[in-house]
Write a protein of this length. Sequence first.
Length: 229
Amino acid sequence: MIKSFIQWGLSVLLLCMSVQAATAQVVDVNTFEKGSRQPAIQVFDVRTAQEFNTGHLPNALQADYTNKTEFADRVKYLDKQKPVYIYCLSGGRSSAAAQWMRENGFAKVVEMEGGIRAWKQAGKPLQGAVTEKQLAVSDFKTAVKSGWVLVDVGAEWCPPCRTMAPVLEQFLQQHPQVKLVKVDGGRDQEVMQSVKANTLPTFIAYKEGKEAGRKQGVVTLAELEKMMK
């Protein structure tokens, strides 16, 4: 009986290992590149924002896996039913992040073997390396000093920022008197520090140069409008 129990336990273990092996997809850079260009694919960079700004894959979203709060906040805006192609610098962080995502309901997560290092070694190009100058704090203050201004502290690679894009567009269409000032969350660090914006996205309403309201994260149209009253 004991022998049968041990054999049963080994069978279960082997089954679990085979299932894990089947669901964990690790591919080379060429396969990753080809797959990531398909429609409805979510490309996910789990390096830090500083690493991301040295160059990243096309259309990539970003969340720092080592920052558990940031990662948890941003990953929830990915579609669990659509494939996620994930990478980091060399594969360690993306492997851990991919495992967490599979365990939390993501249907298909594909890892790039070797990460950005392998991508570069294969001679493949990156995009988005930050070369532009930061927005000066003095210029920012000038931009918000008159009338109603909505400051959007965000980035194209931030998942919740992308979620907010249609809401922000609708708000601006309905309130043409409000001026929009964008602060790049990956580049304009001095302005972010001056306005104490530590979360992406952050929306700050100014009236005649003075802060009138502030919201962080994904918010509704009504919440944006409320800041302007």
